[in-house]
Design a protein. Structure first.
Length: 212
């Protein structure tokens, strides 16, 4: 089944009519982007708790557990039948162990100049029965800090951007849309192109380490 709008996805057959989707994040920039590209279809969850994220090289696995844990903590804060969505972002640098731990390593990104990079966003939705993960990727290369921006944005030159950092791209009205990784992930939702889907009964208690 192909979906024509985000509303169709939220209410569509692939989601078993899961109802409203509540976005769980403190990040106002992310909220603005999802509301922009989702045509205001998301609800925003208030008082979002901090979740201990698992330490894994698999961004899909990190997003799966994050969405599942967030739903378990916050399901009583949303209407019956609603689901909860989270985002997880990673920066994969060729030959380096960074990935989902990027937020702890931003101050060391100058060490990786010249290496290929891949920015990944996973948007995971849990309705209490399933976790569905959508993914988008933005390839590039690591550069010296260029321009302004949040987190790793000034350190990644996006492929096709004519030498601009992700931070510079986000400051350009047209390019910010062209290279928006959140726009890409919403488009994947519209096309129902999910990276993976899990029955919550198959999600076992995490026995490994957590990010630090």
């Amino acid at each position: 089944m192909k979906f024509k709008s985000l509303k169709d996805i939220i209410l569509g057959e692939s989601y078993k009519n899961l109802g409203e989707v509540y976005l769980a994040t403190h990040n106002q920039f992310k909220i603005n982007e999802y509301q922009k590209y989702g045509n205001g279809s998301f609800k925003i969850l208030d008082s979002v708790p901090d979740i201990d994220e698992i330490d894994s090289k698999d961004i899909i696995e990190i997003a799966k557990y994050k969405a599942f844990d967030m739903y378990r903590l916050m399901r009583d804060k949303v209407p019956k039948g609603a689901s909860i969505a989270i985002e997880d972002t990673s920066l994969n640098i060729d030959g380096e162990d960074v990935g989902g731990n990027i937020r702890w390593l931003v101050n060391n990104l100058y060490k990786y100049v010249g290496k290929k990079a891949l920015v990944t966003v996973c948007f995971a939705v849990c309705d209490g029965e399933y976790v569905k993960v959508f993914r988008s990727d933005l390839p590039g290369v690591m550069i010296p800090e260029t321009g302004v921006g949040y987190g790793f944005d000034p350190y990644v030159e996006v492929d096709g951007s004519n030498g601009m950092s992700l931070g510079q791209v986000r400051g350009d009205k047209k390019l910010s849309v062209k290279f928006s990784i959140r726009k890409m992930v919403v488009e994947n939702m519209i096309a129902d192109k999910y990276a993976d889907m899990f029955n919550v009964s198959s999600i076992k208690e995490w026995k490994g380490k957590y990010q630090h």
